[in-house]
Design a protein around this ligand. Structure first.
Ligand code: FAD
Length: 472
């Protein structure tokens, strides 16, 4: 009897426990991808583009192994039952999802299928450890990263990744499948994803190649250069991880075992990778992490409702080059460097005093690596209302951050061509540059590049006052 393998956030063949279990001993397998009503996440626009590319690749890979992915949209339980009837499958396997909606669906589908006599098994693999695995001495969740990391590294057991199956058998009766076009993931009109295509190779092969490149060429300068946005100094694994095209265990083991990486760089990288698990740990214990202040005191914070300012931020038109370069990178590439994510987020929350949830939403829609746990936890971290958060009063100064982490202005020049000819000395604060310098560089403030939306110093004081009001 065939088994159904239900694809979720695990668009890969290697280190895929559910697929390996479903196809064990040559059992015929029916791989099914279901576009759920919530769009599987829910996914934002940028990630839908990625998903389409990724599914295309994965379908071709399954075909090479002798199998065919069935595409369906609608309610997973009904679809799985119908496919079981059509193919005679008596078992259903999948890899668990850890976002609140995913957990709810998992539970519902598992209970209902078991009630009807199916063999059902779900597996781990989207994160390194189950989100409930680590507990503090008093039995509660961790709220601070360092002790979480300590507990994690004391245990330090990440199961070795599984090899991909060499061949997959198909059932004698094949169910009907929708096509990728039916999913209407990305219409391409207007073609806002043109920049993505230049930069990314979605899919399992793209993930493996990038990981190898990172290990061979980049990892040994990770700790020293990872904060410099103009340099290719991070792994770029995040979009692949977001849809499960590579498992975190694969990355963990590859980096842990690579002989060319020294201990400092290795540890720094693994610590960052575990932030992802920590974010899922927080989300598991606070399912409304993306919408509710972890620290309830912030419920009384008086956010600004200035829509023009919000729009300027989304478009990279705030007048602060490092913020604008980041927001334009996000729009063009679907990704933003971590350092700049922090600066741009801080600017929205503290300089513009706009609710962090608006930023979380925008990132969710525009990031190819949008992740329900990392995005929500990071926004709360920057806002200062999160579990292990930067204090609210630590407000990033966009000019100083720019000078420190993009000292030559290369990053700003790459994304803001209208400032390309400004000398490094003025590139992070064109509004302070002498008139003659601006003229020479062809910059006309208010025309070719915006004047600053707010004065950072004043904005900072305004934010601190608003914070004082909720502090007591
Ligand atoms: P590397 O530096 O190579 O790190 C390796 C991996 O570790 C990453 O792929 C990621 O999975 C994990 N990681 C690194 N830093 C973090 C972190 N701070 N939190 C959680 N995981 C981390 N990351 C997302 O994957 N999705 C998001 O939606 C997301 N939203 C963010 C929003 C804000 C406001 C901020 C400040 C950060 C956000 N991050 C998010 C975290 C981080 O910016 C990205 O994971 C990182 O930039 C991805 O690039 P990389 O793979 O080259 O990272």
């Amino acid at each position: 009897k065939p088994a159904i393998y239900w694809l979720r956030k695990d668009l890969r063949i290697a280190d895929n426990r559910a697929l390996s279990a479903a196809s064990e001993n040559g059992r015929a397998v029916v791989p099914v991808y279901i576009r759920e009503d919530d769009g599987n996440g829910p996914l934002g626009g940028a990630q839908e583009w990625w998903l389409e590319q990724s599914l295309k690749q994965l379908m071709a890979r399954f075909e090479k192994l002798g199998s065919r992915i069935i595409l369906k949209s609608g309610d997973p339980l009904q679809i799985l039952k119908t496919i079981a009837e059509e193919t005679g499958a008596e078992a259903v396997f999948w890899n668990r999802r850890y976002d609140p909606k995913g957990i709810e669906t998992d539970k519902k589908v598992k209970a209902a299928l078991r009630d009807e006599g199916f063999k059902v098994e779900s597996f781990a693999g989207q994160i390194l450890h189950e989100p409930s695995h680590f507990k503090t001495k008093t039995g509660g969740p961790y709220k601070v990263y360092t002790p979480f990391w300590k507990a994690f590294s004391a245990e330090a057991h990440v199961p070795a990744p599984l090899d991909p199956p060499e061949k997959l058998n198909s059932p004698s009766r094949q169910p009907e499948s929708e096509t990728l076009e039916d999913f209407r993931l990305y219409t391409g009109k207007p073609d806002w994803a043109a920049g993505f295509r230049e930069l990314w190779t979605p899919g399992e092969n793209g993930a493996q190649e990038r990981l190898q490149h990172f290990i061979d060429e980049i990892a040994n300068r990770y700790a020293g250069e990872r904060d410099h946005p103009s340099v290719d100094a991070t792994s770029l694994m995040s979009p692949f991880l977001a849809l499960g095209e590579i498992s975190p265990a694969t990355i963990w083991h590859a980096v842990s075992e690579a002989k060319n990486i020294d201990d400092t760089n290795r540890k720094k990288f693994l610590q960052e990778l575990v932030w992802r698990d920590f974010s899922y740990h927080l989300l598991f214990h606070a399912p409304d992490l993306a919408t509710k202040n972890w620290n309830g005191r912030f419920d009384d914070f008086e956010w600004s409702t200035d829509e023009d300012a919000y729009r300027a931020w989304t478009k990279g038109q705030t007048g602060y080059p490092i913020v604008d370069a980041g927001m334009r990178q996000l729009w063009r590439d679907g990704w933003m460097h971590n350092r700049v994510r922090m600066i741009a987020a801080s600017f929205l929350i503290k300089d513009l005093m706009i609710d962090w949830r608006r930023g979380e939403e925008w990132f969710r829609d525009t990031l190819v690596d949008a992740d329900p746990a990392s995005n929500a936890a990071s926004w709360q971290w920057v806002a200062g209302c999160g579990a292990d958060a930067a204090p609210f009063f630590r407000i990033f100064n966009p000019m100083l951050q720019g000078s420190k982490f993009d000292p030559d202005g290369d990053y700003v020049r790459r994304y803001i061509p209208e400032l390309a000819r400004l000398p490094a000395k003025h590139i992070h604060a064109p509004f302070e540059a002498p008139h003659a310098v601006l003229k020479e560089a062809g910059v006309e403030l208010g025309k070719t590049y915006p004047r600053p939306l707010v004065d950072h110093k004043q904005a900072r004081n305004r934010a601190l006052q608003a914070f004082e009001a909720i502090k007591g």
